[in-house]
Ligand binder design. Structure first.
Ligand code: F6R
Length: 259
């Protein structure tokens, strides 16, 4: 079962996860981080900045979950640009060690396989950050995605395009296709941190944590992973049947246990 931690605010979630990332980088300076984009991981990146002062991050490696297909990588909302702006530059990471899937049309047929090869060559992902879409997607694995899937091109559902239209001038500018790590790729990471905030994520969180394991709710794939920490605010936790138990377990967590 995933460990579920219910926190008062997204900032508190960011601090908790950032502490864990700093612990990892201190013990493993060439740690491989799995990076997410969108709004959810921003409190983590914000909390990391002061915490990484004085920590050697020159060897940290990273792989983003996904990228839009056909978007100019210099477009401000390409995930390459977002990762550069929100993660690489503020945290002082080496841009050559941080990769996003290549969404350019030229070579898209083998871009997924290339990305898988690069992740494997890095020794796999140590700590994977995940948000969850209102459709229950993780990465851009929309409902119906195979639990065995690897990095590949997917078609975004209209709900996801509507959810992400806030980053673009209009929904017409939101690409229809993406290249995303598969559920199988994500499940290979050694530790998953799934974060969610706000009422709009409550159904997806309840389905992912307590619902049946089904490709109709791709986030439920986390139930197959041996080491998952779900960090949610009260609103996103509001439909968890066992919320009181999660609170109780966290309040009585043995000090030696860590995450
Ligand atoms: C982003 C990603 C997506 C988002 C999800 C939630 O790299 O893979 O799964 O995590 O769409 O988006 P936000 O955080 O903007 O609500």
């Amino acid at each position: 079962m995933a460990e579920v931690v219910i926190v008062p605010t997204p900032a508190a979630a960011g601090e908790l996860v950032a502490d864990e990332i700093v612990r990892l980088v201190r013990t493993r300076p060439d740690a491989v981080l799995g990076l997410a984009t969108g709004s959810t991981p921003l409190p983590v990146y914000t909390a990391l900045r002061p915490r990484l002062t004085g920590v050697d991050v020159s060897r940290v490696r990273g792989f983003a979950l996904d990228e839009y297909v056909g978007i100019d990588p210099r477009h401000p909302e390409s995930y390459r640009s977002v990762i550069t702006r929100e993660v690489v530059e503020p945290l002082g990471l080496d841009p050559d060690r941080i990769r996003t899937p290549d969404g350019s049309l030229d070579g898209i047929e083998h871009a997924g396989e290339d990305y898988e090869t690069a992740i494997a060559a890095a020794g796999g992902v140590d700590l994977q950050l995940l948000g969850i879409g209102t459709s229950g997607h993780i990465g851009f694995n929309e409902p119906g995605s195979s639990f065995a899937s690897r990095t590949r091109v997917k078609t975004l559902i209209e709900q996801t395009r509507a959810d992400n239209a806030r980053f673009f001038d209009s929904i017409d500018d939101v690409p229809r296709h993406c290249i995303t790590q598969g559920l199988g790729t994500i499940l290979d990471a050694r530790h998953l941190f799934l974060l969610a905030f706000g009422e709009g994520k409550a159904d997806a969180v309840a389905g992912a944590v307590e619902g049946p394991v089904t490709s109709s709710l791709p986030g439920s794939a986390i139930q197959l992973h041996p080491h998952v920490t779900v960090v949610v605010d009260e609103a996103a936790a509001s439909r968890l049947r066992n919320a009181d138990y999660y609170r109780y377990a966290f309040a009585h967590k043995p000090a030696w246990q860590g995450f």
